[in-house]
Structures are given as C-alpha cells and as structure tokens.
Design a protein around this ligand. Sequence first.
Ligand code: PMP
Ligand code: GLN
Length: 391
Amino acid sequence: MTSGPSFNPVFAGLGTTIFSVMSALALEHQAINLGQGFPDEDGPHAIRAVAAQALRDGPNQYPPTRGVPALRAAIAAHARRFYGFSFDPETEVLVTSGATEALACCIYGLAGPGKEVVLIEPAYDSYRPIAQSAGAKVRSVILEPPDFRLTYDGLAAAVTEKTTAVLVNTPLNPLGRVFSRAELEILAEVVGRSNAAVVADEVYEHLTFDGRSHISPLAIAGLKDRVLRVGSAGKMFSLTGWKIGWVTGPAALVDIAAKAHQFLTFTTSPALQLGIAHGLERQIDFTLGLRDELEAKRDLLARELAALGFELLPCEGTYFLTASIRALTQESDRDFCLRLVREAKVALVPLSPFFEAGKPDHLVRFAFCKKADVLREAIVRLQNYLGKRKV
Ligand code: PMP
Ligand code: GLN
C-alpha cells in the first residue's frame, strides 16, 4: 500500500485567502463587498476596445516572453514621465501575468534554500508562501501601532548576511500608509550594508491622497542598483481581472526575474497587453481621476465610520481604510467580520491574516473602491445594525 500523493507542506498548510473567503461569504449572505479590493466599475472602454480588436484580429499566438514591445515601451515611458526613471524596454522591463506573478518571479529569482527574505508586516498574503516555497527562511519586521512606521532598529534586526530580498509595499495594503522619504532612507541604509535586493510592490503607485507623492525606493540614493519595481495595470485602470503586471529595474535583476517568469507562465495574453499599452500611452488621465474619486470616497466613508465608533487609522493611499473595532467590541477582528457579513450584510477583511502571528487582531479593512451608492448603502446597513444593537 502506498500512502498516496504527498504535498508541498507550504501549500498544504495554507487555507483559502481571506479575500476569497470574504467574497464567498458576501455572495452567500447577499452582503455588500467592502472586503476584497476590486473596483465595481470597469476601467476605460477605449482600453477594452483595443484589446477586443486584438482578440478578433490577432496577434493571438505566444508573444515574446518579456512582453509585447509596445507595452514594454509604454511601461518605460510611464516610468520616465512620472519618476524620471530611464529603463531600457529591451533589458529592464518584464511583463507578467499580474503583479502577483511579478512578485513570484522576483522572489523565485532572488531567494532559495539557505537564503532569507524580509517582509514588513502587515504584508500582502502572497509574499510569504512564495518565499517559503522557494526554500527561503522568512523574517518579519512588524510595524507597530500607533503610527506603523518603519524604524531603523526594526529593520536592522531582520536583515542578515543571508538576506537576498526585502519586500516593501508602498502605498501599503492593508494599512493605507505611504512610506516617507525618511523611512525609505532607513531602508537604503540597512539594505546598503547587506547583499539584499529590494522588491518594491508599487501597485498602488498612483493612488496617493491629499497631494502626497508616491516615492519609489528606486529613487533613494544607494538603492539604484538594488530595486525591482512591481506594477499592476489592474490597479491603474480598474481592470483587476486582466492580470497584467510588470517588473522594472536594473538589467541583471530583471534578467533573473525573467528566468523565473519563463517557467511560471512564459508569457501573457497579447491582446490584453496591447490594451494596457494603449492605456499607459493614452488613458493615464483615468488613473489620475480615479485617485481624486477615491479620495472623496475615503472621506465619505471615514466620516460615517467615525460616527459609528470605528477608530480610523490615517489613510494616505490605496483602496483601503483601516479601523480599530475596540470601541465597539472586544471580539477578534475575524469574529467581528464574520458576524458583520452575516448579520449586517456588509463584508470587510480582518487585518490579522496580514500578520504571521495573527496579531494585532482588533483592526478591520474597508475597501472603498466601490460606487458611491454602494458605499452609502453599506453605511446605512452598518448604521442600522450597529445603531440598533448593543455589540
Ligand atoms: N500587491 C498588492 C499589495 C496588492 O494589493 C495586490 C492585489 N491587487 C497585488 C500585489 C496583486 O496584483 P495583481 O492583481 O496585479 O496580481
Ligand atoms: N489585492 C486585493 C486585496 O487586497 C485582493 C486580490 C486577491 O484576491 N488576490 O483585496
């Protein structure tokens, strides 16, 4: 008798992502989904029209593994326009199937057995299993309340001579923080003394509020040759299902990510790539307008949530507002979210899954990338539920 197939323990030990769990519960309970971060209005029709035409007329065969030339050129031009970076589309740009694959390519390219990957928690859920499945050890830097800032001591304690990658997500999902220049200088100082590269997850690069600028770690002195930047068209153009992402950076780093990419997906739908090339060239005003729209939605939601007793953390960017529930209840963030989706019919996401230790567990995340009417309806449901019940 055999004992049957055995599994990679990294994946065997995992549950379903909190985003899928909360979206499934939202459907089951006919709840408004302020959990998983996706917009409920699709991005520019012109982008979809370019992709649709390419689907009809071609090309429909494998595009080059690093991406269609038009999109690589558009990604390089976008980086030059907004940040003054100069990337060679031939050697310093890689198109991937979403930022998720881009992150996996960077981590697989850099990390392996005997190496260490540093995560800054709260951290996006895909980083850890990818690093672990590469055979690397993960070390965490925990951002601490009340201001969740990156400190020299915190980072320096996690980076060792074995560190090959430090993952930094700015603007930060789920906290909505935008790392300051001073924090990124701390990153440069610590990383500069190590052999590590920085993987900068910048998928929310354009979604910064109150006139705040996004600063890429690549713009910090000392990090120029060390940073792989990760971007996502899904976030820029409200087309999250398309899964078009990219990596930019120095040729040697992009090369190693491209080697991982050739065996993860090899390439990505040419029609969608052409649509996004059009978006970056001609539709970036949509993205800049989205930022203003989201800022207004953040304000609407924040005002009403504060009146209900949620204690809001500052939201400087992203799709997400985070709040403490301690003034409302002593239950865990997860229990509160489970109760809310069933009884108030509003789905949120608890923050504890973004921390390896599952703590803090008194914070919840609201996605405000939804139509204003949907947000208002969610507010009414929360008012009715929290207003009329003692929790
Ligand atoms: N990084 C962060 C911080 C995210 O929030 C997301 C989710 N959208 C991703 C990466 C993945 O992006 P994509 O959908 O392009 O794979
Ligand atoms: N990035 C999205 C979020 O944070 C979720 C994407 C996903 O479900 N994988 O909500």
